[in-house]
Design a protein around this ligand. Structure first.
Ligand SMILES: [Zn+2]
Length: 305
């Protein structure tokens, strides 16, 4: 069944039309209106109409949408810090302009759903999709399907507090997080976290890309930074395992593109394992940039079947 997916981000709204086998047929990105709720809803409606016309299926085309944030299952309202629609039922507002209601999901959940179905987690029963980019978040699927979640959240693992045994021996500060708490994993293992770690250790502003590039060219202090980042990120993998024991963790987001990131994380993770627990498969994502739209499209087709 051909289908469409819309990935709603803080800077762009990306629409993709997918073929029967979930390959991208065509993609269009437009800028996300940042200040006005009605402009934002109009932009979404424009992407929906583009997909409907392109497909030739008009309103029978299944289309799903993914956003970075919570979607309250009881009220339908979405909560996100980067969109001018936080606190609103986006699906309901949009339905006024397109005469139908489209399903909405969290983008980390969309990523996990996409990778569990024809992606890097294909064939595994329990798949966690872990995104390490500007922020850190994860989604979970069981047998290729999403599980119902009380608050409509993803696995908000970026906002789990980092354990004292990780910070104290390394003499690392407890950094404040954008969520209002202190010491969240996101502040140490996201792209910004890697940059903060580098700036803290080397005493000058550094970017994550710069640290990765210098480490790859053999610069010792940057290699040490990347190794420290990997050890801290492995502690997060351990927490995911202790909480969910998935058979596969699929990595996405900008930091999943670090060369050899899988062995870089597996080595410290192996040393942290509890008792006789086996390490899950650690893999990098196959569908990359299309995962938000692809996961949302899969959800939309399943709602019809
Ligand atoms: Zn936080």
């Amino acid at each position: 069944m051909i289908c469409g997916g819309i990935d709603i981000g803080g800077t762009k709204i990306e629409a993709r039309l997918f073929s029967d086998d979930l390959a991208t047929v065509e993609m269009r990105r437009i800028a996300t209106p940042k200040d006005s709720l009605s402009d934002f809803i109009d932009a979404l409606a424009e992407q929906v109409r583009w997909l409907e016309q392109l497909s030739g299926e008009a309103q029978s085309l299944p289309i799903g949408m993914a956003i970075p944030g919570l979607i309250d299952a009881q009220t339908g309202r979405a909560f996100t810090s980067n969109l001018p629609a936080s606190g609103h039922d986006i699906g309901l507002l949009l339905s006024n302009g397109i005469a139908r209601r489209l399903p909405l999901m969290n983008d980390c959940q969309a990523f996990a759903l996409s990778e569990a179905n024809g992606g890097a987690g294909e064939g595994c029963r329990s798949v966690v999709g872990l995104i390490m980019g500007t922020g850190v978040g994860a989604g979970l699927t069981i047998d290729g399907r999403l599980t119902e979640r009380f608050n409509g959240s993803a696995l908000e693992v970026g906002h789990i507090g980092i354990p004292a045994h990780v910070l104290v021996p390394r003499d690392l500060p407890i950094w404040p997080c954008g969520c209002g708490k202190h010491g969240c994993f996101e502040q140490y293992v996201s792209g910004n976290g890697l940059a903060a770690l580098g700036s803290h250790r080397l005493g000058r502003p550094l970017k994550a890309e710069e640290i990765v590039a210098s480490a790859m060219s053999g610069q010792a202090d940057h290699m040490a930074l990347l190794s420290e980042w990997a050890h801290i990120a492995a502690e997060l993998l351990l927490i995911i395992q202790l909480g969910h024991d998935p058979d596969c963790i699929v990595l996405g987001g900008g930091l999943s593109g670090i060369p050899n990131v899988v062995p870089m994380l597996e080595k410290p993770f192996q040393s942290l394992l509890l008792g006789e627990m086996r390490m899950p498969f650690i893999r990098t994502a196959i569908h990359g940039d299309s995962s938000g739209a692809r996961g949302a499209a899969i959800m939309a087709t399943r709602q019809l079947s």
